[in-house]
Design a protein around this ligand. Structure first.
Ligand code: G1P
Length: 294
């Protein structure tokens, strides 16, 4: 195996309408919803940085411009905070700054599917390996989920997706693996099916919103073939690269929260606040009060 190309790029699809969170998302992107005190998009960027990502591409849509503003310099705010010597507040702002030229945004003009969203990033991707992070999913982990995937990418030299077992009745919500050799952590991917019915699913091992893909996927994506739900599916294009490049699923270590739905989002608030030394004791206190009479 020749040495894999370094992984430096990430694509973050953020064009979704967020209808499950209306009215909150009527006038703000769902990726700006906060878990504790950071927007979902910040979790994805932090995770990517931990994996060595240096260049970011947001796939946006209409009404999503505040995501770009979020990563800009906030001159007035910063000047005021400096004047008032608000050191902690200035520190809190730091993760939201991205080096000039390291963030680009591409508009997906029509919601034609995740595969189409990634195809919109083709100039950014070029001939390089790239990560995809779906900001709806956040993962609480000692080593960031994407860093775990990146380690597996350097080990295998091919595409790697983060996977987890789901109840069989939920296979129709995810991309599902047809599995080959499995060492309990890294599993060879023999096939992939987007949102199969439980009775048709080749396993119950599902893809979560973290991927590292090699550029071999681009010619397949460029065909823009429609799949499940009439959308251009990333899963279908990935399936076509099996055999061309090594392809694995990684059972990552950590807990994933699906913040694209209300229960996952609420659970994430609890889990991430319990992980915060400045909040944990108070949160435990009120949780006890709320739960003692349940
Ligand atoms: C997308 C993918 C699916 C994957 C899921 C992970 O589906 O198409 O393969 O399992 O993300 O969250 P969506 O959630 O956009 O319907």
């Amino acid at each position: 195996m020749s040495k894999p190309k370094p992984l430096r790029k990430a694509v973050l699809p953020v064009a979704g309408l967020g209808t499950r969170f209306l009215p909150a998302t009527k006038a703000m992107p769902k990726e700006m919803l906060t878990v504790v005190d950071r927007p979902l998009i910040q979790y994805a960027i932090d995770e990517a940085r931990e994996a060595g990502i240096e260049e970011f591409c947001l796939i946006t849509g209409r009404g999503k411009d505040s995501l770009i503003d979020y990563f800009d310099i906030a001159y007035e705010l910063e000047a005021t905070l400096r004047e008032r010597n608000k050191v902690d507040a200035l520190e809190a702002l730091k993760p939201s700054s991205i080096e000039a030229g390291s963030l680009v945004a591409v508009r997906q003009q029509e919601p034609l599917g995740l595969g189409h969203a990634i195809w919109c990033a083709r100039s950014f991707i070029g001939d390089d390996p790239f990560a995809i992070l779906l900001p709806d999913d956040i993962v609480q982990a000692k080593t960031s989920c994407l860093k775990q995937l990146a380690d597996a990418y350097y080990q295998t030299g091919g595409s790697v997706v983060a996977v987890t077992e789901v109840p069989r009745e939920h296979t129709n919500r995810y991309g599902i693996l047809d599995t080959g050799k499995d060492d309990g952590r890294l599993v060879e991917v023999k096939g992939l099916v987007e949102k199969p019915k439980p009775e048709d699913a080749p396993s119950n091992l599902s893809i979560i919103g973290r991927y590292i893909l090699t550029p071999e996927i681009m010619p397949h994506l460029s065909k823009l073939e429609k799949g499940a739900g009439g959308e251009v599916q990333l899963t279908d294009a990935m399936a076509k690269t099996i055999g061309e490049v090594p392809f694995h699923g990684l059972r990552y270590e950590g807990r994933r929260f699906d913040c694209g739905n209300k229960i996952g989002f609420l659970e994430a608030q609890i889990a991430f606040s319990l992980d915060r030394p400045d909040l944990a004791d108070d949160v435990k206190g009120f949780l006890k009060n709320y739960t003692q009479n349940l």
